[in-house]
Each structure stands twice: as C-alpha cells, then as structure tokens.
Design a protein around this ligand. Sequence first.
Ligand code: ADP
Ligand code: MG
Length: 256
Amino acid sequence: NAGGDAILSVSGLQKAFGGVQALSGMDLEVRRGTVTGLIGPNGAGKSTLFNCMSGVIPPDSGEVHAFGRNITGWPSHRLAPLGVVRTFQLSRELGRLTCLENLMLAPLAQLGERLLPIFLQPGAVAREERALYAKACEVLEFARLADLRDEYAENLSGGQKKLLELARALMLDCELILLDEPGAGVNPALMKTLEEIIITLNRDQGRTFLIVEHDMDIIARLCDPVIVMTEGRKLTEGPFDLVRRDPTVIEAYLGG
Ligand code: ADP
Ligand code: MG
C-alpha cells in the first residue's frame, strides 16, 4: 500500500536536550490512507519526534508540514482543526472523570482560551452539549466502551484506557491520527479489539495513522510502510518484512 500524497512531512528536524541530540536531521513522510509505523531502538528519538510534531515541544530547527501548511511549532489545539490529532496518556485529572465526560470534554479542551467563552453563553452550551452528547455516545459505541460510559477512567484496565485515549482523539474528527504506543500495557484480547478499530478507521473511514510501537508483532500486523529511526534520524523505510531483514536495521537494534 503505497498510499496517496504526503499529508504529513518532516524535514531536517533537530532537537537537543542539553548535550543530548535527540533529533539530528529527522525526515519523514506519511502518505494519505496508510497506517505508517515508526520504530527504532530505545533512545532513537521517537517520543521527541512525536512531541515536536504534535505541538508539545518546539523543535530547534527543521520543519513540519501537514495538509500543505507549515505547522512547525504549532500548539496541538491549532492542529486538530487542520485534521491532525495525537493520543495522550490520560492525566490524573482525566482519570477522575467518567468515560462519557472524557469524550464530551475532548473537543472543548481543544478550543483554546479564545473560543471557550462561546460555550459559556446560555443556549450555546445546551445546544452544543446535545450535539456533543450524541457524538460521544456514538464514539463510545464504536470504541466498544458503551458499557463503561459512566465508569471513572482511572478504574479502566490498561487496554480500556488505550481505547479511551483513541476515542478522545476520534471526538475531534481528524483525518490523521498519531498513536503513541497503543500496545503498551494492553492484554491480547483488547489489543485485537484495538487493532480491529484502527483497521476499520483506516479502511472504511479513510483515516491515516502514524503509530509508534515497540511490539513488532503489532507493527507487522498493522503497518505499511514502516519507518526505522536511530540516533535521531531516519535509517530506512519500507514494508516490515523487508525492513526487518535489513542488516543496518538489525545492527541498530543490536547496538542500541
Ligand atoms: P525514544 O522514544 O525513541 O526511546 P526519546 O525521544 O525518548 O527516544 O529520547 C531520545 C534521546 O533524548 C534520549 O537520549 C533521551 O534520553 C533524550 N531525551 C528525551 N527527552 C528528554 C528530556 N526531556 N530531557 C533530556 N533528555 C531527553
Ligand atoms: Mg519513547
């Protein structure tokens, strides 16, 4: 699956933390319609790259483009309206809200300070709340969390939390979804559910994914192409079956 045009591209991205060069000229393209995997040994810079692409931290230099716009350094609430969203681990505060509340809050949390007052006007709130409630119920159903809608997020299992993180992202209706280690702490049964949901979102709804994941079985099942990064830059990319046999990739993992 070669995919369509590049909807996300990163060029020459650099980021240092003190003396540590976490990103040293990273390049990457994510093509429309793909489920693209991002792998690499510990310390390769995957999390830093994700953070620089999704407005968590600004890069030192280089550029990030999405849907034809230069989004370098944009905060995440400006990315969602453009069609880019990433999942975040649920914070302690979000853990004290129910699944339903988590979903209804997701779009409001993206509005930023400038637009939030609109929702504080009488009438607007009720109108928006009805629409938000209907959408949240739909997403809960789709993410197979309907039975847990009134459960506090902190009481969910690791896998259910991952479903909720993805469901929060789905509330924003973005074409490009960046997933941070969807397999971490998820039991095999729930992982199957999560994979089915990702595949449905990709095949039936045309959503594009970029997935950082340690578990190579998950990468093998879901992702094409797979981008390998090491020491802050791209080493190679291609179908997982080819990439896994590449001697430079094997060496990067053994050396790391
Ligand atoms: P990966 O996610 O591929 O394991 P990271 O992006 O987390 O890699 O880390 C890349 C390098 O940058 C590592 O050497 C790591 O120790 C360093 N690093 C990442 N974040 C910070 C930070 N906030 N402060 C200092 N060093 C960091
Ligand atoms: Mg990481």
